[in-house]
Design a protein around this ligand. Structure first.
Ligand code: EPZ
Length: 418
């Protein structure tokens, strides 16, 4: 298992480019199951979850023609299996995204329930309720979701009790090949959902309303193969903005979409951090300290839960007291205990974390627990006095492409050991 060794205290300086968005490419890869031909997807990040999804699609009968540079060519004309096995789904919840497409394409699906993960139970009840409303018969058998829709799926009106990103994606993909019109109410508004709708539209589906909380899909008889370019990862970009701020550096982020990061940019500016947005670029100039701010995570366009752990790291060395409320997941404070071992002053009370800024963190041996928690430990280690050793680094490799290489380019003292 790899470890990251970090010597803290270096203000980051220079320019860094952002890779393609993990949470945009995973639904797009699942959507290739809806088509029958050669799909070409560029701007793809080389992160673990992408390789896991490719493995899953291959098990279903898709053929990876090539993955050169940032471009995947995958042929889905011979998709003929409908089982997503536990060993794949348990390592990556996003495997659940093949459920809708398999039911729509093959009329059957057997997808393992993801099981819990570090941040929460990750239920699938809203996915299942929506698919049943479209005519699928679904049973839970030995930890698997077993679905059948021999006569195909029918459009219907579906209301999500909770905003769910992959739930919205699954139902949108199923509706794209269903008979008739589907209306998704209280739908997710994430940029990744807008992108999926736009790409399905280019493949022949008739979709409207993406980006609002009501999305309307007219099913098509068939979809053309997908061709698209994945946009930059807003969570990676946000992580680097915070890296610049916490180390008091001066960093320009290129190949990003400032509009996707409004909530974070406003919070950083509220904390007194200089953030400048350009055309596809963002610049952070730190170095004069920053104040504590309060954060409440919400579905997009609210403050993203995927940047909560990173923001908590920043707040551990801010001036004052910060109150962080995690409204999306039930157990997403796993990083707090590790940050406290570095000298942070954090009190947890259910969904609320009270963070009192301290003058300085000190390096320590640390354990990553989930993808974004591990990013938060890297940020804290970059700012801390002395050396930190972060183990279970496979978590961070799921969603960040070559993070230590990008940080070294910015002057960080970080290295990976096997
Ligand atoms: C997506 O997960 C992202 N993953 C997550 O990013 C992100 O944190 C999350 O959306 C919220 O923005 C991908 O896009 C691959 P949800 P998802 O369904 O879709 C409850 C990362 O770090 N819920 O929007 O699984 C659920 O328990 C990952 O990149 C139900 O109750 O999240 C949670 O409390 C982590 N029933 C809330 O909704 C359901 O059927 C939001 O979850 C589905 C969800």
């Amino acid at each position: 298992m790899d470890k990251l060794i970090i010597e803290g205290g270096q203000p980051l300086k220079g320019t860094v480019g952002i890779s393609g968005a993990k949470n945009a490419v995973l639904p797009i890869l699942a959507a290739t199951l809806l088509t029958s031909g050669k799909n070409i997807i560029s701007g793809v990040p080389r992160v673990r979850d992408v390789f896991t999804m490719i493995r899953l699609l291959s098990e279903l009968g898709a053929k990876l023609e090539s993955f050169e540079g940032d471009t995947i060519v995958i042929d889905t004309s011979k998709v003929n299996h409908s089982e997503a096995p536990y060993d794949l789904v348990s390592t990556m919840r996003a495997s659940c995204l093949v459920l809708g497409p398999l039911l729509a394409r093959l009329g059957q699906a057997k997808v393992s329930l993801p099981g819990g993960c570090a941040i929460g139970a990750r239920p699938m009840d809203l996915h299942i309720k929506g698919l049943e409303a479209m005519g699928a018969r679904i049973e839970l058998v030995q930890g698997y979701i077993q679905g059948a829709a021999e006569k195909g799926l029918n459009g219907n009106r579906i209301y999500f009790d909770t905003v769910t990103v992959t739930g919205t994606a699954n139902l949108m993909m199923a509706a794209a090949l269903a008979d008739g019109e589907t209306i998704l109410e209280n739908a997710a508004r994430e940029p990744e959902i807008i992108f999926l709708a736009d790409v399905l539209g280019q493949a022949g589906a008739k979709i409207a309303g993406q980006g609002s909380d009501v999305i309307i899909i007219q099913g098509a008889a068939a979809l053309k193969p997908i061709e698209c370019r994945i946009f930059p990862d807003r969570i990676e970009a946000g992580t680097f903005l915070i890296a610049a701020a916490i180390t008091g550096g001066d960093v320009e982020i290129t190949h990003c979409v400032p509009q996707h990061l409004e909530a974070l940019i406003h919070k950083l500016q509220e904390a007194g951090i200089h953030v400048e947005a350009g055309d596809g670029t963002l610049r952070v100039k730190g170095g004069n300290g920053f104040k504590s701010v309060n954060v409440k995570t919400q579905p997009h366009p609210g403050f993203p839960t995927d940047l909560q752990a990173q923001t908590m790291a920043l707040m551990t060395v801010a001036e004052g007291q910060s109150i962080i409320v995690e409204n999306v997941f039930e157990n997403r404070f796993m990083h707090a205990a590790e940050l406290s071992r570095m000298g942070a002053d954090i009190v947890l009370d259910g969904h609320t974390a009270i963070v009192k800024g301290v003058a300085e963190l000190s390096g320590a041996p640390l354990m990553a627990t989930d993808l974004r928690a591990s990013a938060s430990l890297v940020l804290a280690a970059l700012a801390a006095k002395g050396e930190s050793v972060i183990s279970r680094v496979y978590h961070i490799d799921r969603g960040y492409e070559g993070i230590e290489k990008k940080l070294v380019k910015l002057g960080a003292k970080i290295r990976r050991i096997k």
